[in-house]
Design a protein around this ligand. Structure first.
Ligand code: GNR
Ligand code: NI
Length: 167
């Protein structure tokens, strides 16, 4: 197991499109395990492989308070979307920023699990938001892309300042 480095906005590598996983081999299983460890340590409720600079369609999520509901989504696809909700989102790649984003309220998703089995599930509220947020990452999209240009500009400046301070 290992803690992976999380890329920070505005790193260009967060814009790379992830490729579908063709075979769930030992490397993918290792990646999933390391992503859970990294997400729990952060702490966060979700993590997309893109954020750890691996450009494969792999997502891990756990919205429980006690790490009791790990969910792995490989090659996820949204089958249905319904309704609209808007909750304050945060992102491990944009630390310290929380802003509301409009998302579907309820989704139906198809994916592969860590065993390589296809499954379908329905999600609503925070879980639905989280899946949509992570699927955006796989396409190189960040929640700040939904904000106004002015807000995004301010966030970019703040992140660049923080990164200078950390050097
Ligand atoms: O930890 C996270 N919390 C969160 C809160 C509201 C909406 C989405 C999220 S995902 C985020 C972790 C993360 O950056 N995943 O990509
Ligand atoms: Ni994120």
């Amino acid at each position: 197991m290992a803690i992976l480095n999380i890329l920070n906005y505005p790193d260009d590598r967060l814009r790379i499109q992830a490729k579908p996983v063709e075979e769930i081999d030992a490397g993918i299983v290792q990646l999933v395990d390391d992503m859970f460890e990294t997400m729990y340590k952060a702490p966060g409720v979700g993590l997309a492989a893109t954020q750890v600079n691996v450009h494969k369609r792999v997502i891990v999520i756990d919205i429980s308070e006690d790490k009791s509901r790990p969910l792995t989504l490989i090659n996820p696809e949204i089958l249905e979307k319904e309704g609209i909700q808007s909750i304050d989102e945060g992102c491990l790649s944009v630390p310290g920023i929380y802003e509301p984003v409009e998302r579907a309220q309820r989704i139906r998703v198809k994916a592969l699990n860590k065993q390589g089995e296809t499954f379908e599930m329905e999600a609503e509220e925070l879980l639905a938001v989280c899946i949509q947020h992570e699927m955006d990452h796989l396409q190189g999209k960040l929640f700040v892309d939904y904000l106004s240009q002015l807000k995004r500009h301010r966030i970019r400046k703040k992140m660049q300042k923080q990164q200078k301070m950390a050097m």
